[in-house]
Design a protein around this ligand. Structure first.
Ligand code: CTP
Length: 396
C-alpha cells in the first residue's frame, strides 16, 4: 500500500495502441498501492487487448461504450465527478487531438469533458506521428489546459524506428500520479534533501570498495516526501532501483562526490535525511591501470573519508541513520550526539526484516530530547511516512 494512493479513485483511460498492454501493469501497480481503478477503453483499445484483462486486475467493471446499459447505471458524469485523478495511458494521436479540440464522440472523450479532476496524459505513437506539427500543437494545447504530459520516451518503436514515441514506463506514470495527488500535501513549500545508496570507492578502473546498501530506504523517503508535496533533491549513489520522477536527481559515486553534491543541494533546504551508506574509507591511491592478479598478497592502504553529516552545519533539520549489528540504541545515541542530529533512525542490519535489500525495516527512532520509539516491522514506505511525520512536527 502507498499512503497517497490508498482509497483514491483513479480513472484510467486506455486508447488503441500497441502499448495498451503496458496499462495492465499500471493498473496492477495502482491496485497494489491501494487505489480504486475504473477503466474506460476506447473501441480501438479493445482491438489490442480485452476488457476482461483489465477487469481481472482492477476487480471492477470496465467501460467501453457510452450507450451500454452496464455503464448507464453509473454514468459518465458520475464517473467524471467521483474520480480523484484521470490518467490516459496510452494516449494516441487521435485521442490527444479530440481532447485538444473538445470533441466528445465516445465514452472516454465525453467523460474527459465532464471531469474537473487532475488529468495526466501519456502519449504513445510512432515517431513521425509524434513529431507531426499538428500532434505537437495539440500536445501544447493540453499543456496550456493544465494537463500533465508524461513521456513519450525515446527508444525502439513497434515500426522498428528508434525515436521518441514509446509510452512512458508504468512506474514513471505511477510516480507522476503520486506526485500530482500529493501536490498540496503537508510538506508543500518545503525543500528536503535525501541521500541514498552505497558509495563506491575505486581501487582501479575495474574494482571498487562498496557496501550492501540497496537504496530502498532512501528512495522510499524521497518518493514519500514528494508525495507529500515537498521539493526533493535525491543525491544517489549506486543502486539498481528505477529513478524516481518529479524530483531532482543528483547521481554520485564516491563519498567525496556525495559531500560536494549534498553541500550544493542544501541551499534553502528545510531538512537533510542521510539514508546513504557512505564508505568510511577509500584507497589511498586509485591505480589508473588494472591491478594484475600475479601476486599472492595485495595490501590496500585506506584513508578515512570525510564525515558528511558530522561536519555539515546549518539551520536545516538533520536526520541520520545508524546501521548497527550490536548495541543498537547505545551506538545510535552516540552517533546522534556526535553528529548533532535532530533525530536518528537505527536499525540492526543483520536481522532478516531490516537488513540491506529488504522491503521492510524495523527501526528505533531516537531524538535529541531523549525520546525513543521502537517501530514494528513495516514496509520501507511506511517507515518513510513515520520519519517524515517527525520532520513535519519539528517544522511546525
Ligand atoms: N555518514 C556520513 N558520512 C560518513 C559516514 C556516515 O554522513 N563518512 C552518515 C550516514 O549517512 C548515516 C550516519 O552518518 O546517516 C551514520 O552512518 P554509519 O555508517 O552508521 O555510522 P558511522 O558514523 O560511519 O559509524 P560506524 O561506521 O563506525 O558505525
Amino acid at each position: 500500500m502507498t499512503m497517497i494512493l490508498n482509497n483514491k479513485r483513479i480513472l484510467l483511460g486506455v486508447s488503441g495502441s500497441i502499448a495498451s498492454y503496458k496499462s495492465l501493469d499500471l493498473t496492477s501497480k495502482l491496485v497494489q498501492s491501494g487505489a480504486i481503478v475504473d477503466v474506460i477503453m476506447t473501441e480501438a483499445a479493445c482491438k489490442f487487448i480485452t476488457p476482461l484483462s483489465f477487469q481481472s486486475i482492477s476487480r471492477r467493471p470496465v467501460f467501453t461504450n457510452l450507450w451500454d446499459s452496464n455503464h448507464s447505471d453509473i454514468g459518465h458524469i458520475e464517473m467524471a465527478n467521483s474520480t480523484d485523478l484521470v490518467v490516459i495511458a496510452p494516449a494516441t494521436a487521435n485521442v490527444i487531438a479530440k481532447l485538444a479540440h473538445g470533441l466528445a464522440d465516445d465514452l472516454l472523450t465525453t467523460t474527459m469533458l465532464a471531469t474537473k479532476a487532475k488529468v495526466i496524459v501519456a502519449p504513445a505513437m510512432d515517431g513521425n506521428m509524434y513529431y507531426h506539427p499538428s500532434v505537437q500543437e495539440n500536445i501544447n494545447k493540453l499543456v496550456k489546459m493544465g494537463i500533465i504530459i508524461v513521456g513519450p520516451n525515446e527508444g525502439r518503436l513497434a515500426s522498428g524506428l528508434v525515436s521518441k514515441g514509446r509510452l512512458a514506463e508504468p512506474y514513471e506514470i505511477l510516480g507522476h500520479i503520486r506526485a500530482a495527488l500529493g501536490k498540496e500535501g503537508d510538506l508543500k513549500g518545503k525543500k528536503i534533501v535525501v541521500t541514498a545508496g552505497g558509495t563506491q570507492e575505486p581501487i582501479d578502473p575495474v574494482r571498487i570498495i562498496s557496501n550492501h546498501s540497496s537504496g530502498k530506504m532512501g528512495y522510499a523517503l524521497a518518493e514519500v516526501a514528494r508525495d507529500r508535496g515537498a521539493e526533493v533533491i535525491l543525491v544517489t549513489a549506486a543502486t539498481a532501483l528505477p529513478i524516481p520522477v518529479s524530483m531532482e536527481i543528483v547521481p554520485v559515486k564516491t563519498a567525496a562526490d556525495m559531500q560536494i553534491a549534498v553541500e550544493q543541494s542544501l541551499k534553502n533546504a528545510h531538512a537533510l535525511i542521510m539514508a546513504a551508506a557512505i564508505g568510511d574509507f577509500r584507497p589511498n591511491i586509485e591505480s589508473n591501470q588494472k591491478i594484475k592478479s600475479d601476486k599472492e598478497h595485495l595490501n590496500l592502504s585506506l584513508t578515512k573519508n570525510p564525515d558528511i553529516l558530522g561536519t555539515l552545519k546549518g539551520s536545516f533539520i538533520k536526520v541520520g541513520f545508524a546501521a548497527e549489528t550490536q548495541s543498537l540504541e547505545t551506538n545510535a545515541r552516540k552517533k546522534m550526539l556526535e553528529k548533532d542530529l535532530d533525530f536518528i533512525v537505527a536499525n540492526n542490519v543483520i536481522e532478516i526484516d531490516s537488513g540491506f535489500g529488504s522491503d521492510t525495516n524495523r527501526v528505533v527512532i531516537l531524538d535529541k530530547k531523549g525520546d525513543i520509539s521502537a517501530l514494528p516491522t513495516l514496509p520501507k514506505e511506511e517507515v518513510a511516512e513515520r520519519i517524515l511525520d517527525r520532520i513535519v512536527e519539528i517544522i511546525q
